[in-house]
Every structure is written in structure tokens, then in C-alpha cells.
Design a protein around this ligand. Structure first.
Ligand code: 5GP
Length: 120
């Protein structure tokens, strides 16, 4: 993958490279999407950029379009999954307090049940 250059491969890097087989439910030049292995809702999809960015803290102006694209991909996938009208949540966790566990940024698309606020 041309712009994939992490210091050490994350689990998502292995999914991107095909080393770990996962059903890809959406793919374009900038991102891929697949189902979370431990879903927290009836629909729980992860959308990850093909470019390695460890956390949103590490993103730069150069990534602005790519990050905007990630959000639009999330909305397009929500529509394709039939959950756009009822609603859904797009979440990106950052670092320890944010609950990030995989250090390759990703959007969680969570849908199919009533969400609560504030999140835990
Ligand atoms: P984070 O906690 O970093 O915001 O989200 C990481 C997500 O990746 C978690 O929801 C976790 O369930 C998911 N995850 C971790 N390992 C794998 C894996 O090997 N395959 C898939 N599909 N999801 C994974």
C-alpha cells in the first residue's frame, strides 16, 4: 500500500495488507470499511484510512481532505446499510482517555439501537 508506512503494523494494517482476512464492506482510494469484531450495536462498522495515521493528534493539514472523506464515507455506508434515516453515531476515539485501543485512526459507525448521551 503506497502511503502505508507505520513503525510497526497494527491489526488494521494487517487487514489493509490482506495479511488478516476480513470481509471488506466498502472500499475506495482513501479508505476501507469492515465490521467490528466486538460489535457494541446491531451495526458496528469501522472505517479506516488507507494512510497510516496513529491518532487524530497526528493528523496534519495535508490530511484534511482525507479526514473529510472518512466522514462522507461513513454517511454513505450508513445509507447503504439502511440506518441513515433512523440515525447513527460516527465516533473517533483518541488515546487512553478517549478509549482508543488500535493506533491507526478509525471511525466507528454505530447504529441499530437508541444511543445515549453522555457516552461512558
Ligand atoms: P478503538 O478502541 O481503538 O476506538 O477501536 C478499535 C476497535 O477495533 C474495537 O471496537 C475492537 O473491537 C476492534 N477490533 C480490534 N481488533 C479487531 C480485529 O482483528 N478485527 C476487527 N474487525 N475489529 C477489531
Amino acid at each position: 500500500m503506497q502511503d502505508y508506512n507505520p513503525p510497526s503494523p497494527t491489526i488494521f494494517g494487517k487487514i489493509l495488507s490482506g495479511e488478516i482476512e476480513t470481509e471488506i464492506i466498502y472500499e475506495d482510494d482513501y479508505c476501507i470499511a469492515f465490521r467490528d469484531i466486538t460489535p457494541v450495536a446491531p451495526t458496528h462498522i469501522l472505517i479506516i484510512p488507507t494512510k497510516y495515521i496513529a491518532t487524530i493528534n497526528d493528523a496534519t493539514e495535508e490530511d484534511a481532505e482525507r479526514l473529510g472523506h472518512l466522514m462522507l464515507a461513513g454517511a454513505a455506508i450508513a445509507k447503504a446499510q439502511g440506518c441513515a434515516e433512523d440515525g447513527y453515531r460516527l465516533v473517533m476515539n483518541c488515546n487512553k482517555d478517549g478509549g482508543q485501543s488500535v493506533y491507526h485512526i478509525h471511525l466507528h459507525l454505530i447504529a441499530g439501537r437508541q444511543m445515549t448521551w453522555p457516552p461512558g
